[in-house]
Design a protein around this ligand. Structure first.
Ligand code: MF3
Ligand code: CO
Ligand code: CO
Length: 255
């Protein structure tokens, strides 16, 4: 495993890519309503990334992924492929945006609610957000990755939710998925220690039911085995001298 420590020049490029990714989530929000299809959301994001941001949507053709964003609805955990299904009142969905600008990646995702979701869906959305925040707030030099995973897992499980094990956060930079793997579960004091200049994502996938998942026959969409709703939030983080900087945060936005 080789974890690349970013130079100040690289960090500046990652700030730009990160902000662009965050801005796409901002732009798409007013369109997320009952009746629109996830395919239409993909088209809006694709057009904005290419024509306004002059950037590249990283998922498109990544290991054969056919669209520019991932949209994961209800019991879909991650890597949902946008298509012709319409959103309906009560749906929750994750929209995951990764852009490449000047060769560097920014990767972020948020949950969106369509109308009034049921209590279970609203709850897992809230717990997943709290898990991401708890993980982010632990980031500083010297902390072990296992400390972060443990904090995230503990919060999910103490709220009667579960953490998906098969997918994790990742180093990011010139590569979409670099070392290290950032597990959202683990034991304190294990794993590598963080150093200033590392950049990685924290993106816990939290299920309202059991943690087990399966892959659909499209070979991308991951769903919960028990069909319980699932939620995920993601930011790209920089380790600073004494803490962290959230590279995908848009000024004025909440995390
Ligand atoms: N953006 C996802 C992540 O957070 C990866 C999507 S890969 C794709 O790592 F091919 F499905 F787009
Ligand atoms: Co990611
Ligand atoms: Co992502």
């Amino acid at each position: 495993m080789s974890v690349h420590i970013k130079t100040e020049e690289e960090i500046e490029k990652m700030r730009i890519a990160g902000r662009l990714a965050g801005e796409v989530l901002h732009v798409i929000r007013p369109h997320v309503k009952a009746g629109i299809t996830t395919g239409e959301l993909d088209e809006i994001c694709h057009d904005y990334i290419i024509n306004t941001q002059k950037a590249i949507p990283a998922p498109l053709n990544y290991h054969g992924f056919p669209k520019s964003i991932c949209t994961s609805v209800n019991h879909q955990v991650c890597h949902g492929i946008p298509g012709n299904k319409k959103l309906k009142n009560g749906d929750i969905l994750n929209i995951d945006i990764t852009v490449i600008k000047d060769e560097y990646h920014g990767d972020t995702s948020k949950m969106f609610m369509v109308g009034e979701p049921n209590i279970k869906s609203a709850r897992v959305t809230k717990v997943a957000h709290e898990c991401m925040i708890k993980g982010i707030e632990m980031v500083r030099p010297g902390v072990h990755l296992g400390d972060i995973g443990y904090a995230i897992q503990k919060h999910a499980e103490s709220n009667h939710c579960s953490i998906v094990r098969e997918y994790c956060g990742h180093g990011i930079g010139r590569g979409f998925h670099e070392d290290p793997q950032v597990l959202h579960y683990g034991k304190p004091g294990t794993g590598i220690q963080l150093e200033k200049g590392m950049t990685f994502t924290i993106e816990p996938m939290v299920n309202a039911g059991k943690r087990h998942v399966k892959l659909l026959s499209d070979n991308w969409t991951v769903v919960t085995k028990d069909h319980s709703p699932s939620a995920q939030w993601e930011h790209t983080i920089l380790v600073t001298d004494n803490g962290y900087e959230v590279l995908t945060r848009v000024p004025g936005d909440e995390l």
